[in-house]
Design a binder for this molecule. Structure first.
Ligand SMILES: Cc1ncc(COP(=O)(O)O)c(C=O)c1O
Length: 409
C-alpha cells in the first residue's frame, strides 16, 4: 500500500476558518432571524472596478478570435504584466528589477506555500507569533517541524513574539535562523514595520546568512509616507529577501487570483557541501515544472490595475476599507477597548475585555451583537486574549456594527 506523508497528521483538523464558519453556521440554524454582520474573514466585499472589468472583457474577446487567441503563456507570466509591475511597484520607488526577477502567479497563498519546497528540510524556520497560519502549516507539511506541543506551537519552529510592547513587530533573535517569515502590513495585527525595523532584520539576515520571506500582501494599504511598501526599499535587502505580493486585497482579486513573487538575482543559498547557488533559477525550475502560468485574462486584468483609471478606481476601494478601519478603531477606542492596527492596514487587533479567551469573546459578540470576528488564538498562542476585526465590509455594515458594539459594551 502507498505511504502517506505523515507530516500532515501533525496538523490539527480544525483549521481556523472552517471552525469559525461551522460555529457561525450552527448559530444561524439556531437563530434563523439573526442578521449577522461578518467582520471575520479577510475577503474583500467591493466588486471589481470598471477599468479592470473592461480590460478583462477585451481579453476574453481576444481569446474568442482566431487572430488573437492565446494558448499556454509563459510560466513566469507575460512581459506586459511584469513590465507594469517593475515600473509601477518598484521603479517608481527607486528600485530596479530585471524581468527575470519577477514571477507572476495565481496568488500569494500558493507562492508562500510553495516556496518552502525549494529550500532544504533541515532549515530552521522562524515565524511571527501571532502568525498567518499558512507559514507554519506549509512547513509542517514539508517535514520541517516536529509535532504540535501542548501550547499549540510546533516543536522545531522558532516563534517570534509580537507584543503590544514592540508594536507587534518581532525583534531579531540571538539564535541563528535560516528562513524567516515577516508580514507587513500584518495579518492579523494590522502592524506595520518602519525602515528601522526592517533594517534590523536585513542586518540580522546578513550576519546569519538567513533568507527573509517578506509577505507584502497588504502593501497597498500603506498611507503613511515613512512606512516602506517593499522590503527592497531597504539597503542590502536584495541579498537576503524574497517578496510576495498579491492583487487580492489591492484590486479585489481574491476570486480572480493573481499575485507575484520577487526573487532578486543576487540572492544566494547554499548546498550541504557549502557551495553557493542562486535561488532565482530554482524557483524558475519549480514554476516551469509545476505551473503553467496565470490565465491571460487574469494577467490583462492585473496589468489594468496600473492604468490611470485602474489605479484611481482601486485606490478608491482601498480607501473605503481604510475608512472602515478608521471608523471601527475610533469607535472601539471610545468604548474603552484596547485596539491596535487599523491604520495602513485593513485589520484591527483588539484585546478582549476582562481577559476573556478569544473564542469566548467571539461567541459573546456572535450571540449578543450578531457580529462575527476572528478569535486571535486562531493565529497562534500569542493571539489568545485578542480578536481580529476585518474592515472588509460595506460601510453601512460598519456603522451598524458600531451601534451594536455600543449596545453590548
Ligand atoms: C498575509 C497574507 N498573505 C497572503 C495571503 C494570500 O493572498 P492571495 O489571495 O494572493 O492568495 C493572504 C490572504 O488573506 C494574507 O492575509
Amino acid at each position: 500500500m502507498a505511504n502517506i506523508n505523515e507530516n500532515y497528521l501533525k496538523l490539527p483538523g480544525d483549521y481556523l476558518f472552517p471552525r469559525l464558519r461551522e460555529k457561525v453556521h450552527l448559530f444561524r440554524t439556531q437563530h434563523s432571524e439573526a442578521d449577522i454582520i461578518s467582520l471575520g474573514l479577510g475577503d474583500v466585499t467591493q466588486p471589481l472596478p470598471p477599468a479592470i472589468v473592461m480590460a478583462m472583457q477585451t481579453a476574453i474577446e481576444e481569446m474568442g478570435a482566431l487572430e488573437t487567441f492565446r494558448g499556454y503563456g509563459p510560466a513566469r507570466g507575460y512581459d506586459f504584466l511584469i513590465d507594469a509591475i517593475i515600473e509601477n511597484s518598484y521603479s517608481s520607488r527607486g528600485i530596479n528589477f530585471e524581468r527575470n526577477e519577477i514571477f507572476i502567479s495565481d496568488g500569494s497563498k500558493c507562492d508562500l506555500g510553495n516556496i518552502a519546497g525549494i529550500f532544504g528540510t533541515d532549515n530552521l524556520v522562524a515565524v511571527p507569533d501571532p502568525v498567518f497560519p499558512l507559514y507554519v502549516d506549509t512547513n509542517v507539511m514539508a517535514g520541517r517541524t516536529g509535532s504540535m506541543m501542548p501550547d499549540g506551537r510546533y516543536d522545531g519552529v522558532v516563534y517570534l513574539p509580537c507584543t503590544a510592547e514592540s508594536n507587534f513587530v518581532p525583534v531579531p533573535p540571538v539564535l541563528k535562523i535560516d528562513l524567516i517569515y515577516l508580514c507587513f502590513p500584518n495579518n492579523p495585527t494590522g502592524a506595520v514595520a518602519t525602515r528601522d525595523d526592517l533594517s534590523k532584520w536585513i542586518d540580522y539576515a546578513h550576519e546569519n546568512s538567513s533568507i527573509i520571506l517578506y509577505d507584502a500582501a497588504y502593501e497597498a494599504y500603506i498611507v503613511d509616507g515613512h512606512i516602506p511598501h517593499s522590503i527592497f526599499e531597504i539597503e542590502g535587502a536584495r541579498d537576503v529577501a524574497i517578496e510576495f505580493r498579491s492583487f487580492s486585497k489591492s484590486a479585489g482579486f481574491t476570486g480572480i487570483r493573481c499575485g507575484y513573487i520577487v526573487i532578486p538575482n543576487q540572492l544566494n543559498a547554499c548546498t550541504k557541501s557549502g557551495e553557493m547557488v542562486k535561488v532565482n533559477p530554482f524557483w524558475e525550475r519549480r514554476q516551469n515544472t509545476k505551473f503553467n502560468g496565470a490565465s491571460y485574462i487574469t494577467q490583462v486584468g492585473a496589468a489594468s490595475v496600473f492604468s490611470p483609471a485602474g489605479f484611481e478606481q482601486t485606490d478608491e476601494i482601498i480607501h473605503i476599507y481604510l475608512n472602515n478601519a478608521a471608523r471601527l478603531l475610533e469607535a472601539l477606542t471610545k468604548l474603552g477597548y484596547t485596539a491596535y492596527g487599523g491604520r495602513n492596514a485593513p485589520y484591527i487587533w483588539m484585546k478582549t475585555p476582562d481577559g476573556m479567551h478569544s473564542w469566548d469573546f467571539f461567541e459573546y459578540l456572535l450571540d449578543k451583537a450578531h457580529i462575527v470576528v476572528t478569535p486571535g488564538v486562531g493565529f497562534g498562542p500569542s493571539g489568545e486574549g485578542y480578536i481580529r476585526i476585518s474592515a472588509f465590509a460595506l460601510p453601512e455594515n460598519i456603522e451598524r456594527a458600531v451601534e451594536r458594539l455600543k449596545a453590548v459594551t
